[in-house]
Structure formats: structure tokens, C-alpha cells
Design a protein around this ligand. Structure first.
Ligand SMILES: NC(=O)c1ccc[n+]([C@@H]2O[C@H](COP(=O)([O-])OP(=O)(O)OC[C@H]3O[C@@H](n4cnc5c(N)ncnc54)[C@H](O)[C@@H]3O)[C@@H](O)[C@H]2O)c1
Length: 255
């Protein structure tokens, strides 16, 4: 199969969420074993029940949780070849002047420091082995501003900076690092954003149609479509692709 991940061991964070769970399914269908991590919840339980998956309850902001995740990969499968830093939060929707300080810190902790710590801890055995691939979830909000989402947008710009820096540092050791930048994707996160953006005059369904109308392909992306790109980037088919920030956005950022 093209984009084969046969024999690969991949750590996926936020594995119980919309894009994360589809990534777990896509990776195991391509032959990978997966260490699926997330906060405790039914999403993690569901992917944890799949063959070829070890589930670990882990908060990406906790260094010791990352170390437990690495131990689960090594104890369970003997090696680790890939990391998908997918866990993320949208934070608040508010103009900058009203944005709660503590929420800014939380968004940075999860979306930026979580990615950084993951690359440090899970990247270490890849550097030692001289082989590996890392995919970090940025966003179209990492390629341009996003009104009322200042912390989220800043965090996703930071993910691109982290990814490119890590690609430069890790490339000579044979480890590839890429960021991907999805437009709105049909998951819980968009339901939450639509809900916060709706007004007395514009209900949630109308808000969704309005957002979709800003995407040249005329619709939200599906989480499976993002999962397919992630698996391609993890696979040897992408063996010369590193340090990129790739939009998957129905041409939204072609403007
Ligand atoms: N849905 C979109 O429109 C969209 C667009 C661009 C980028 N993204 C990015 O894609 C990624 C996945 O988003 P999604 O749409 O699947 O959302 P989602 O809310 O369905 O999934 C996010 C997952 O991250 C987990 N998570 C949150 N905080 C965590 C923490 N501290 N430790 C561990 N896990 C934590 C959640 O429990 C959840 O399972 C995020 O990084 C998001 O920013 C999403």
C-alpha cells in the first residue's frame, strides 16, 4: 500500500479527538502500531480498544506524562519511529483586550509547550536511532491572523517556528519534522467555535455555512482527509519532505 507505515511505532496525542482518532485508525490500517495518548475520556477508551493500539492517559503539558508515554512505546513495541503532536485547544473567543490572561497561558502551555516537550522527549530516541518523522498540528490560523482567537493564532504560528527549527536541528540525524495547517475541519473544535460565534441573528448552522463559504472548495475538511496527509508525512513516501508548513485547506490560504 502507498504511504505504508508497516512496522512503524507512532505516538499520537489528542488521540481521542476528531483528527486524532481518525489518525489512529489511518495509521493502524497502514500497518503501524500506535501509542495513543489523551486526557481521560471515552474518545481515548475507544481508540485504546483497537488492535495494535496502547492507550496512555497523558496531559501534553506534563513532562512526566511524556516520559510515561515514551516508556509505554518502548515497553510495548521496543522502538518509536513517529510522533503526531495533535492535541490542542482553541482557548477563548474574545477580542485581545478582553482575552483572559490565564487562558492565554493555558493555550500556550498546551499548544506550544506541549509540542516542544513532545519533540524533546519522543524525538530523543529517534535522534539516537537516526530515523523518525514528526508531524505537528498548526492551522490556517498559524499562517495569518484570526480575529478573536489571538492566543490560538499565536500558538499555531509558534508551532510552525518550532517545527522548522526542529527540522533544521534533527535533519542531519535523519529525523524529518513538518507542520500541517488545516482550515476548518468537521470536529468538536469547530462546533465549539461556531457556538461561540453565533449571534441572535445568525444561528449555528448559518454560521457554519458562512465559514464554509470562505473556503474555495466550499466545505469544511473531514478529519480523515487530514489523517491521510499525516500518514503520508510519516511514511517513506515523504522521505525528502521536511521543514514544511503545509496547508490542507481547500485553497483557503491561496488568496
Ligand atoms: N478542527 C479544526 O478545524 C482544526 C483546524 C486546524 C487545526 N486544528 C488542530 O488539530 C488538532 C486536533 O483538533 P480537533 O479538531 O481534532 O479537536 P478535538 O477537540 O476533537 O481534539 C483535540 C484533542 O486534544 C486533547 N487535548 C486537549 N488538551 C490536552 C492536553 N492538555 N493533553 C492531552 N490532550 C489534550 C482533547 O482531549 C481532544 O481529544 C488541534 O491541535 C487543533 O488545533 C483543528
Amino acid at each position: 500500500m502507498s504511504n505504508s507505515l508497516d512496522g512503524r511505532v507512532i505516538v499520537v496525542t489528542g488521540a481521542g479527538g476528531g483528527i486524532g482518532s481518525k489518525t489512529v485508525h489511518a495509521a493502524i490500517s497502514r500497518g503501524a502500531s500506535v501509542v495513543a495518548t489523551d486526557l481521560a475520556g471515552p474518545g481515548l477508551d475507544e481508540v485504546g480498544a483497537l488492535d495494535g493500539v496502547v492507550a496512555v492517559e497523558a496531559d501534553v503539558t506534563s513532562r512526566s506524562d511524556w516520559e510515561r508515554t515514551l516508556a509505554a512505546a518502548i515497553d510495548g513495541f521496543g522502538h518509536v519511529d513517529g510522533l503526531v503532536n495533535n492535541a490542542g485547544i482553541e482557548g477563548a473567543i474574545a477580542p485581545l483586550g478582553e482575552y483572559p490572561d490565564e487562558m492565554f497561558d493555558r493555550v500556550m502551555d498546551v499548544n506550544v509547550k506541549g509540542v516542544w516537550t513532545g519533540m524533546k522527549v519522543i524525538g530523543a530516541p529517534m535522534l539516537e536511532a537516526g530515523f523518525g518523522a514528526i508531524v505537528n498540528l498548526s492551522s490556517v490560523a498559524g499562517l495569518g491572523g484570526a480575529s478573536n482567537l489571538s492566543a490560538y493564532s499565536a500558538s499555531k504560528h509558534a508551532v510552525i517556528g518550532l517545527s522548522k527549527s526542529a527540522a533544521l536541528e534533527m535533519g542531519p540525524a535523519g529525523v524529518r519534522v513538518n507542520a500541517i495547517c488545516p482550515s476548518p475541519i468537521d470536529t468538536r473544535m469547530m462546533r465549539s467555535l461556531e457556538d461561540s460565534m453565533k449571534t441572535d441573528d445568525v444561528d449555528q448552522a448559518t454560521m457554519q455555512a458562512l465559514i464554509a463559504s470562505n473556503i474555495p472548495l466550499g466545505r469544511y475538511g473531514q478529519p480523515t482527509e487530514v489523517a491521510d496527509l499525516i500518514c503520508f508525512l510519516l511514511s517513506d513516501d515523504a522521505r525528502f519532505l521536511s521543514g514544511a508548513a503545509i496547508p490542507i485547506d481547500g485553497a483557503m490560504k491561496a488568496r
